[in-house]
Design a protein around this ligand. Structure first.
Ligand code: SF4
Length: 339
């Protein structure tokens, strides 16, 4: 291949990586018994999300997935601290180093948006829904209040909501409706990347499907990137193209979702998938024994070693490297290191 072609191919691969996390390390500064301490929530995590894909982030609660999402968004307020790493967002032919941007409101909503956990509670109870929309539109578009209202009305109808909801206060709407409003707000400015933290946990099972469908429909329409954090592996299987598995602040496996479910590599991923119920299979599913480690004082070596049935001496001493097993299939485990 001619040099020029190689350069062009590499450039297009990089541009396809709309969001790239490079060696992200962060956690919480807290106080334990009057002594300052640090909880290592996200440790040396690197991955990328492509244009026009749904990427899932999964793992037990407390594994750092929600903290990772906050760091990706640049929502880094105390007690959360980022110790090192970079988040690169590629949009509109620009490369934006999110953590280095001083005024992050210049990239939020327009290029990257965030649907927080329990997002229904982020709506101001004293404001009508229309004021939430008008505020967002007026901040990012040069329009007056009437025009902003017209844009909001057309938009809510476009996402399948009645324009009547604009006159309601948040408490007058059901939980599912409030969640849809928050999602609609997050997607309104057509961001290239949408981060959704447990978007369905606060709504009942019937509403869950509608909320997920709305997220997926908009992702397909905008051809943007949706990153979904959820511990619900059923949701992961249903909506994501690729999946990052996290354990105790570490990214332990990354690959295509189908392949990860059919052929999990990391012992933790295997345990996670083996514990899932299967249609027609009445045998008792095995849960994973033990507990995740204390992240104030994580174990040395592989953080999974106290619970891993395959743990070797090296696992207790040294952190496993990240290995590319196949094209875009990564795992961090000593079992796959040729020695
Ligand atoms: Fe288990 Fe060792 Fe692999 Fe960690 S590195 S998952 S302890 S085999």
């Amino acid at each position: 291949m001619a040099k020029r072609e190689i350069v062009d191919r590499e450039t297009s691969i990089m541009l396809d990586r709309v969001l790239e996390a490079i060696d992200l390390t962060g956690g919480y500064s807290i106080t334990v018994n009057d002594t300052p301490a640090y909880v290592d929530a996200v440790s040396n995590v690197s991955f990328y999300a492509r244009n026009n894909e749904v990427l899932g982030i999964a793992g037990e609660s407390g594994c750092g997935k929600s903290t990772l999402l906050k760091i990706l968004y640049g929502f880094t307020r105390a007690p959360l601290v980022v110790k090192k790493g970079k988040v690169v967002l590629r949009a509109n032919e620009q490369s934006i180093d999110i953590l280095a941007v001083k005024d992050r409101t210049s990239v939020w909503w327009k290029y990257i948006s965030y649907i927080p956990q329990n997002s229904m509670n982020v709506l101001n109870p004293l404001q009508r829904i229309r004021d939430h929309f008008i505020e967002t539109i007026s901040t990012h578009m040069n329009v007056d209040r009437d025009e902003a209202y017209n844009i909001a009305r057309d938009y809510v109808e476009n996402v399948g909501l009645s324009k009547e909801v604009l006159n309601a206060y948040p408490h007058q709407l059901s939980g599912g409706m409030r969640q849809r409003i928050v999602i609609a707000l997050a997607l309104m400015l057509r961001p290239r990347v949408v981060l959704a933290d447990e978007p369905t946990t606060a709504v009942d099972v019937v509403v869950q499907r509608g909320v997920l469908q709305m997220l997926l429909d908009k992702q397909r329409e905008l051809k943007n990137t949706l990153i979904v954090v959820t511990h619900d592996m059923g949701v992961q299987a249903m909506v994501t193209n690729r999946i990052l598995i996290m354990y105790a602040g570490k990214g332990v496996e990354l690959g295509a979702t189908n392949d990860t479910f059919e052929n999990p590599l990391h012992p933790y991923t295997k345990a996670l998938i083996e514990s899932l119920p299967r249609i027609g299979d009445k045998t008792l599913r095995k849960g994973l024994a033990g507990h995740p480690p204390d992240l104030i004082n994580p174990p040395p070596g592989c953080r999974f070693h106290p619970r891993c049935p395959y743990a070797m001496d090296v696992c207790r001493r040294e952190e496993p490297p990240i290995i590319e097993i196949d094209k875009e299939k990564f795992v961090s485990c000593w079992l796959y290191v040729k020695r």
